[in-house]
Every structure is written in structure tokens, then in C-alpha cells.
Ligand binder design. Structure first.
Ligand code: NDP
Length: 329
């Protein structure tokens, strides 16, 4: 049975005497650093000297080069881009690890696939918010929080579990619920969302746009109907709050019937075979190996696909729509 931890399961005093070094002051780094400081923790920042470094200083943090922050901190949050972490870890962080320190990751990728191998005498912790950084901060400021996956993967200090729960509390996750799952499960589920759910939505929208505009519908109206009004994201919110099926009464009966009757036509049960194939590719590390290769070659496929997406006419129609209608969410 899955364990979900709430505020009452965690004690911030378990972090007494700890200095948290947030390494990487980007999307997650900034949000988590601000939340932890507001929760009363001693937080410093490590970053390369760039605009994020300046931002951390502007936000009032003692900010250092990465190696210096790694030296000063007892709990190190590794919040660098995943593809950067192994290299920076070896050169700037590993030399400053001491027995009993802790490493905290917001995504299991490098640990799960073995691209980064911490020494045995430090704690290794997963604290992975299921939310983009901006909202990790905004929700905390509103008195609530973003849910997170948590796991004390390696307990060298004997206090990894207490540290994990207290850190989850400090970023606001236990206000709503911190769910215990392994690095493996977090990584594979995260990739599944990225390899199936996100692309199926964006592909359905792009192909619908192409067909509808080819068939003479007004491009701006197509975009407004498909996603640009913000209705889709409000429905997604209702799915999270009320439930996938329970939110149906928000829609007209005609809409409900249309949705239910077309669901299996657009995606019959046989598609499960394809879904299983995607999961297996993730489990067997097919994607991880491909992504490593892509990085080594200088991102040729990534660049080509991004260029193609940016050149798609939908971008120009979005721009035209924004001149006429300004959506505020
Ligand atoms: P960002 O892309 O925002 O980058 C984090 C920081 O790393 C930035 O300060 C960035 O500087 C710095 N950086 C970039 N390149 C280098 C480099 N070569 N050497 C040293 N520092 C560098 O990362 P995210 O916050 O998106 O991701 C951090 C972790 O959080 C990852 O493990 C990710 O999977 C995880 N995560 C991210 C989520 C999100 O909301 N994006 C959601 C949940 C988990 P600069 O700003 O100058 O580029």
C-alpha cells in the first residue's frame, strides 16, 4: 500500500544544524530555495556566474560557485538540468562530499539509469515535485503546495527518512501529500507522461489544426476552439480536483455524449499494445541511451525537430490570434 506523508508526519527540527545548498537556481532551484528559506531553513545557492547567479543574489541568498556551495552545504539539492548533472557532479560536487552529507534529486533519471553514481557514505534522496517550479513557489505562497514523489534511496547517515520528510515539508509538499515511490518508478512514470500523454495531446491538436484549416475553417477560430481559450487547461484542472469522469457534469449533456461515444473510436483498446511498447522502451533504457547519444552528437535530431515545430504555420496563426484576443489565465 502506497504511503503518503502529510505535515504531521514531518518535523522541520530534524534539519537543525543543516545547511541546504541549492545547486542550480533555475525553474526548480529558485522555487525550492525560496520555499525552504520561508520555512525557516538555512539555505545557500550554488550556480555558474550567469543571470541565475545574479537572480539568487537579488533574492537575498548567499550565492557561490557550485564547488564552494557543495563544500559549505550539508544537504545538496542537485537542481541542474539532468543532462548537465553527471559532469558537474564529478568535477564540482563529488570532491566536496563528506560522509553523512545528503544529495537530493528532483528527478530520478541520472540515478536510475546509472549516469551518476554517488559514493556509499552519503544519503541519496528523491524529492520530486509534480509541478513546474513557478507553481511550486506560487502554491506555497498561497498556503498550499505541490504534491511530490519522495524516497530515501540510500541511508548512510541513519537519518535519511527524517531528512526526506522534513525537506518535503519545507518545500510545501506535505501540505497536500508527499507520496513514497522509488527513483525507478518516478523516472519511468515521468518519461511515460512525456513520451505518450504530452505528445498525444500536442499531436492531436496539430493534426486537427491542419485538417480543419485545410477544410476551410478559420485558423484563429480553430485555435480558440482547440486550446487557445484556456478551456482545455481549466478542464484539466477540474480533472485533477474532481476526477477524470467526475468532472463530466461541467459539460453540456450533448458534449458529454459526444465525448463518451467517440472515446473508444479515437483510441480503441488495441492501442494498449502500443502503450505497453512505449513503457518497455522506457524500462529497457532505449530512450535513455538514445538521449545520451543525441547529447554526445550535439543535439542534431532535437535541433531539427524543434526547428520544424517552430516553422509550423500554427505559430503564425497563434501570433495573429493573440493580436485579436488576449487570454489572461
Ligand atoms: P533549469 O533548466 O531551470 O536549470 C537549472 C539551473 O542550472 C539554472 O540556474 C541554469 O542556469 C543552470 N545550468 C544550466 N546549464 C548549466 C551548466 N552547463 N553548468 C552549470 N549550471 C547550468 O533546470 P530545472 O529546474 O528545469 O531542472 C532541475 C531539475 O529538476 C532536473 O532534475 C529536472 O528534471 C527536475 N524537475 C524539473 C521540473 C521543472 O519544473 N522544470 C519539474 C520537476 C522536476 P541558466 O538559468 O543560466 O541556464
Amino acid at each position: 500500500m502506497v504511503r503518503v506523508f502529510r505535515d504531521e508526519d514531518a518535523d522541520l527540527s530534524d534539519l537543525k544544524g543543516e545547511r541546504i545548498a541549492v545547486i542550480g537556481y533555475g525553474n526548480q532551484g529558485r522555487a525550492q530555495a525560496l520555499n525552504m528559506r520561508d520555512s525557516g531553513l538555512d539555505v545557500i545557492v550554488g550556480n555558474i556566474r550567469d543571470r541565475s547567479f545574479a537572480q539568487a543574489e537579488e533574492d537575498g541568498f548567499s550565492t557561490y560557485p557550485i564547488a564552494e556551495a557543495a563544500k559549505r552545504g550539508t544537504i545538496l539539492f542537485i537542481l541542474l538540468p539532468d543532462e548537465v548533472q553527471p559532469r558537474v557532479f564529478e568535477s564540482e560536487i563529488r570532491p566536496h562530499l563528506k560522509p553523512g552529507k545528503a544529495l537530493v534529486f528532483a528527478h530520478g533519471y541520472n540515478i536510475h539509469y546509472g549516469f551518476l553514481e554517488p559514493p556509499a557514505d552519503v544519503d541519496v534522496i528523491l524529492l520530486a515535485p509534480r509541478m513546474v517550479g513557478k507553481f511550486v513557489r506560487e502554491l506555497y505562497e498561497r498556503g498550499t503546495g505541490a504534491p511530490a514523489f519522495v524516497y530515501a534511496h540510500q541511508d548512510a547517515s541513519g537519518k535519511a527518512v527524517k531528512r526526506t520528510l522534513a525537506l518535503a515539508k519545507a518545500i510545501g509538499a506535505t501540505r497536500v501529500g508527499a507520496m513514497e515511490i522509488t527513483f525507478a518508478e518516478e523516472t519511468e512514470l515521468d518519461h511515460f507522461s512525456e513520451h505518450f500523454i504530452a505528445p498525444i495531446i500536442s499531436r492531436a491538436l496539430i493534426l486537427s489544426y491542419e485538417v480543419l484549416t485545410e477544410m476551410g475553417y478559420t485558423p484563429e477560430a480553430v485555435l480558440l476552439e482547440l486550446y487557445a481559450s484556456g478551456e482545455l487547461s481549466e478542464v484539466a484542472k477540474a480533472m485533477a480536483v474532481d476526477g477524470l469522469v467526475q468532472q463530466l457534469p461541467l459539460h453540456s449533456r450533448t458534449s458529454q455524449y459526444g465525448q463518451l461515444t467517440y472515446a473508444e473510436r479515437v483510441m480503441p483498446d488495441e492501442e494498449k499494445a502500443f502503450i505497453r511498447q512505449i513503457v518497455r522502451e522506457i524500462q529497457e533504457g532505449v530512450f535513455a541511451r538514445e538521449w545520451q547519444m543525441e547529447q554526445q552528437l550535439g543535439y542534431p535530431v532535437f535541433r531539427r525537430l524543434l526547428k520544424k515545430a517552430l516553422e509550423h504555420p500554427i505559430n503564425e496563426d497563434e501570433r495573429r490570434l493573440k493580436e485579436k484576443i488576449s487570454i489572461k489565465m
